[in-house]
Design a protein around this ligand. Structure first.
Ligand SMILES: [Cu+2]
Length: 128
């Protein structure tokens, strides 16, 4: 009987250790996709975040026909507008926090753009 209860105790310990490992494993998983996200941006994603008064990424290269989406993550509003001399002009409405603007680039070229409210905010989309 004593050896049997010791066996039960050890089994319980093993299960506890396994559970602890599983929990630790689970909590480490969410951090892995976060580090995996930046390569997706440099790898030709078609979304641009507006945060901290900057476009991220500041320069984006896409293929002709790609629809690029900007999403404002700042608490203040921004307005996206192509610079003078853009191959095809584009401009958004005022984008409050959480709002998105999309533009489809059907013509190859280098598109410099800015925020009309904050002219120091600049970005580039290169369409190939
Ligand atoms: Cu702005």
């Amino acid at each position: 009987m004593p050896s049997r209860s010791r066996l039960a105790f050890c089994t319980a310990c093993t299960i506890l250790v396994l559970l602890a490992c599983m929990v630790a494993g689970c909590t480490s998983y969410p951090s892995a996709p976060v580090t995996a996200t930046p390569p997706a941006v440099t790898g030709g994603g078609n979304t641009i975040a507006i945060k901290n008064f900057a476009f991220e990424p500041g320069s984006l290269t896409v293929k002709t026909g790609t629809t690029v989406s900007w999403t404002n993550q700042d608490s203040v509003s921004h307005i996206i507008a192509s610079d003078t001399g853009s191959p095809v002009p584009f401009s958004s409405d005022s984008l409050p926090n959480g709002a998105s603007y999309s533009f489809t680039f059907t013509q190859a070229g280098t598109y410099s753009y800015h925020c009309t409210i904050h002219p120091s905010m600049k970005g580039t989309v290169i369409v190939q």
